[in-house]
Each structure stands twice: as structure tokens, then as C-alpha cells.
Design a protein around this ligand. Structure first.
Ligand SMILES: [Zn+2]
Length: 464
């Protein structure tokens, strides 16, 4: 950024500091990785592989958790499953406020009859009402097994003439150990470790196991839409869908990395959240590699984080490194395909990230009321002049920057409890800037980036 290159990140940051004139007296250079908070280290260490395994085993034991499966049996079907999840949330801690989030869904698409969708929600109240979500879907599907007439018709259909929408046999086995027993078990385990941690979080933690994902994200969409109508504030949604196997269908094993997909553009709040997880995991779970994907999800596939992004809430989805498509949506999605050591690592990454966001102040606002970035060229016309709104609970801010053609932050400096910074002779055309808020205990918020208006320049010029 300032016309010279040095190898050491620390030295580079220190030089950057020396060459800029912040409005605060206190400036110090730091690594891009946050310092460890011992409380978060303890929380991450309390994630239990055995509990994850036991939970996934019970979930798979319901035979099917299909959206249209039996709701009356105490041992099989989605009704038994959700009552068990509710009871588990209730049993692990009296601090969790547990509820059924019910939505009546009319017959449509892959929903062959009217059905009540029931999300199971566990809330750990924080000091503020801003919410951090950890989620997975507990419904399953066996799309290989078709219902009677459709099975016959499909079997006798001429080649190239498949049925438009064959009916699924809702009572067929769909154990869903990995899809999404893995995300459900992770969500339930984090509810336990957060509630038992004794940590007084600033944000309210919300742990949800969704229904109706397999037919079109219905449970999460109903929840997120209602939340938006109620003007709820969501800081983050960490969605987990298929995160429990390290062995791909192609035979490749990778138990050391996990993928995160996030909706763009480059500096969307979703991408900011994805980068945040990568930095936080580097501090708390350094043995696990976070692979960021600049896509909303895999090709032609989706999950419940999209219900949040559709309602303008920051959201990402975790996906295992190598999937086995043969086991998905089939009676073969069994426990034997799982790697609980791997699932535990993914749970630790989620735990560190959610705890860090929930302990940090909210991300600072870097726009005017009208939505324009509060970034200018200063009095000289050639400086970078950054301004931001004060974030409740912040004692300092960290300024990030990167070259305009790169996709992740390269440099940072901590400034004091101020709300502006002047960087002489730094062009706002050539670099991207962001600001994060730091709380009294050192935890840092997600970075708010200064984004130029999404308008084509011809539109701007023609308006004149
Ligand atoms: Zn899924």
C-alpha cells in the first residue's frame, strides 16, 4: 500500500503505522489473527466427540426424519425425532429457552399434502438482542425410493421420458446420519457447550434444527422471513449441512479441511463472515484448514443459509471437504460413513467463530443513513479518510486494507477508541478498506468493508 515491500507481516504493519497519521494517539501494529481468549479456548476444548457420535446415532435410529413421515410414533419418523431434540435441548441446560417454531405449509411442489413444519429452537439469551445462529436441518429424504404408482411408472417409462416429479415414499428408510444428522448433532452439541460454559455472551445465541430443508428450505425461510418482519438483528448464521465424513465417494480422504460457501459480491457481509471464520479458526483450531469458496453453495445444491441471505442476514454454510453423493438422500446415509473426529473438528471451528462474534462488539457501520460509504479523500483530495459509527462496547478499532485486485485483507492496524482515521497519500481508488470493533476483552467483530456503490458508471454519468 505504501510503496515498499517487506517480508515480515509485523514489520510491514509497523511501517504502515509509521507512515500514517491516525487521529488517535494510540496506534499499534498487530498480526491479522486475533489473540486467543482463554474462555473461548476452554469452550472449544469442551466439544465432545463422544456426544456428537451419540447424538448422530440416536438421530439415525429414527429410521426416517422425512418431512412427511410419521409424527405419532415414539420411535420412528420426524415427530419422534423433534420431540427427542426438544427434550435434549431442555435436558442439557436450564439456561436454554427451548421452543417449537411451527409453520403450516400448504401442498406445493415436493410437499404432497398440507403439513406442519416444526423447527426446534434453543435460545441462550445474551446481554443484547442481536443474534448469532448455529444451525443444521434435521429432516431427511430418501429420493431413491418412489411411492407405489410412481415406482411402477418410472420403471416402465420409456428411456428419456422420466416422470416430471415422481412422488417420494415418505416412510422409506432415510437415516440421514450425515445429511444432516452431522449438522444437527453439531448444533445440539454447541448448544450444550455454550450453555454450560458460564460465559456471559453479549449476543444472544440461537441454535436451530430446521425442518423442510429437503423440499425447499421451507422451515428456515419461514423463520428468517418472520424474523426480518419483526426487525430482528442477526450478526451471523453458521449453517452446517453435510459436515461429518472425511471420505469422499471418489476414495479421497481429507479430515483436515472444511469448505465454507458464501454469497457475493466480494465484500458482502456473507463473505466478511467467511473470512472471519478463517481468521478465528487460525487462532483456535490451527490444525484445521478453512477453504473459502466464492460461491453461494455447490453447483445446483443449496441449504438453509440461503434463507438468511435472502432476508439480508449474514450467513455461510460449512460443507465437508469431499462428499460421497451415493450416500446422500439415500438409505445408505448411515453411521458407518461418518468420521466423528472430523465432525468434532468442524464443531470446534463453529464454536470458536460463534463465541468470538458473540463476545465481540457489533461490527461498526461504515455507511451514512442513506447507505453511502463514509470514505473520502480528505482535505488534500489525495488521502484516505475513513469514518465509522461507534460500536457499543468497543474500546478500539482495527483498520484493514488490501490491494484492489485481491480478495482478502493484507494489512491491519489497531487505532484507539476513535471513529475516524486519515491515511495521507493513500488512494481510495487503489485499495479496499474495512473496520472491525474490538471489545474490552480483546474479541474483535466481523470486518465492515467500505463498498463503492453498485452502479455502472454509465448510469452515474448519464444521470448528470
Ligand atoms: Zn442437507
Amino acid at each position: 500500500m505504501i510503496g515498499f515491500s517487506v517480508r515480515s507481516r509485523w514489520l510491514r504493519a509497523a511501517l504502515l503505522t509509521a507512515c500514517t497519521v491516525p487521529t488517535a494517539a494510540t496506534v499499534r501494529a498487530q498480526s491479522l489473527r486475533p489473540d486467543a481468549d482463554p474462555r473461548i479456548e476452554q469452550l472449544v476444548a469442551s466439544v465432545s466427540l463422544q456426544r456428537l457420535q451419540a447424538t448422530a446415532t440416536t438421530l439415525a435410529g429414527f429410521g426416517t426424519r422425512g418431512t412427511l413421515s410419521d409424527t405419532l410414533s415414539t420411535t420412528r419418523g420426524i415427530g419422534a425425532a423433534r420431540r427427542w431434540i426438544y427434550n435434549e435441548f431442555t435436558r442439557v441446560s436450564s439456561k436454554l429457552l427451548v421452543s417449537y417454531d411451527r409453520h403450516l405449509l400448504a401442498q406445493q411442489g415436493r410437499i404432497s399434502r398440507e403439513v406442519e413444519l416444526v423447527n426446534v429452537v434453543a435460545v441462550l439469551p445474551g446481554k443484547s438482542t442481536r443474534r448469532v445462529y448455529v444451525t443444521g436441518h434435521y429432516d431427511t429424504v430418501n429420493s431413491r425410493r418412489l411411492a407405489g404408482a410412481d415406482a411402477t411408472a418410472t420403471a416402465t417409462a420409456a428411456p428419456g421420458q422420466p416422470l416430471a416429479r415422481p412422488a417420494i415414499d415418505n416412510d422409506a428408510d432415510a437415516p440421514g446420519a450425515n445429511d444432516d444428522g452431522s449438522g444437527t448433532a453439531l448444533t445440539m452439541e454447541l448448544a450444550r457447550v455454550f450453555a454450560e460454559s458460564g460465559i456471559d455472551f453479549d449476543a444472544t445465541l440461537v441454535f436451530v434444527t430446521w425442518a423442510g430443508e429437503e423440499q425447499g428450505l421451507f422451515g428456515s425461510m419461514a423463520h428468517a422471513s418472520a424474523l426480518r418482519n419483526a426487525k430482528g438483528v442477526v450478526e451471523a448464521n453458521f449453517n452446517n449441512d453435510i459436515v461429518g465424513s472425511s471420505l469422499g465417494g471418489n476414495g479421497i480422504v481429507d479430515g483436515e479441511s472444511v469448505k465454507i460457501y458464501s454469497l457475493g459480491p466480494e465484500d458482502s457481509p456473507h463473505r466478511a463472515l467467511a473470512r472471519y471464520v478463517q481468521r478465528v479458526a487460525g487462532t483456535y483450531v490451527p490444525s484445521h484448514t478453512i477453504r473459502l469458496m466464492a460461491r453461494e453453495d455447490r453447483f445446483g445444491r443449496g441449504s438453509d443459509h440461503s434463507s438468511f441471505t435472502a432476508n439480508d442476514f449474514p450467513a455461510i454454510v460449512f460443507r465437508e471437504a469431499n462428499e460421497n453423493y451415493e450416500r446422500q438422500h439415500s438409505p445408505d446415509d448411515k453411521l458407518e460413513g461418518m468420521d466423528f473426529r472430523y465432525l468434532a473438528q468442524n464443531a470446534r471451528v463453529n464454536a470458536a467463530s460463534a463465541a468470538s462474534v458473540a463476545l465481540a462488539p457489533p461490527a461498526p457501520r461504515v455507511t451514512t443513513g442513506g447507505g453511502s460509504a463514509t470514505l473520502g479523500r480528505g482535505r488534500s483530495g489525495y488521502d484516505a479518510s475513513l469514518q465509522w459509527q461507534p460500536s457499543p462496547g468497543a474500546v478500539a478499532y482495527r483498520i484493514y486494507s488490501r490491494d484492489g485486485w485481491t480478495n482478502d485483507w493484507q494489512k491491519s492496524q489497531v487505532v484507539g477508541n476513535v471513529t475516524q482515521l486519515l491515511m495521507p497519500n493513500v488512494s481510495i481508488d487503489d485499495y479496499v478498506f474495512g473496520v472491525a470493533a474490538i471489545g474490552a476483552d480483546g474479541n474483535e467483530s466481523v470486518i465492515s468493508a467500505y463498498v463503492s456503490p453498485v452502479r455502472k458508471m454509465t448510469d452515474v454519468l448519464l444521470k448528470k
